[in-house]
Design a protein around this ligand. Sequence first.
Ligand SMILES: [Zn+2]
Length: 92
Amino acid sequence: MPRDRVRCVDCREPVPTDARICPHCRAVQPSPLLDVGLVVGGVFCVLFGVILAVMTVGASRLVGFTLLMLGFGLSVGGYTRYLDRQSSRAAR
Ligand SMILES: [Zn+2]
């Protein structure tokens, strides 16, 4: 990937994308890609779960409901993390 470096949220120094902690000021770096992945994965789980739960019966319907719950939790969790980050950034 060409964009393998991002800037620190705190000191604006370039840091590696996969670094969770800034090497310059030790600020914990947010990973928006991870949140997006969480939400997208959650939405896919929900969609797949709905299809399974509606279209099938028996064990696969149970799996569908489980996916539905899992996907809901994932997407809500990712979105909440995103909102948390926005508010903490605004407060700064
Ligand atoms: Zn920094």
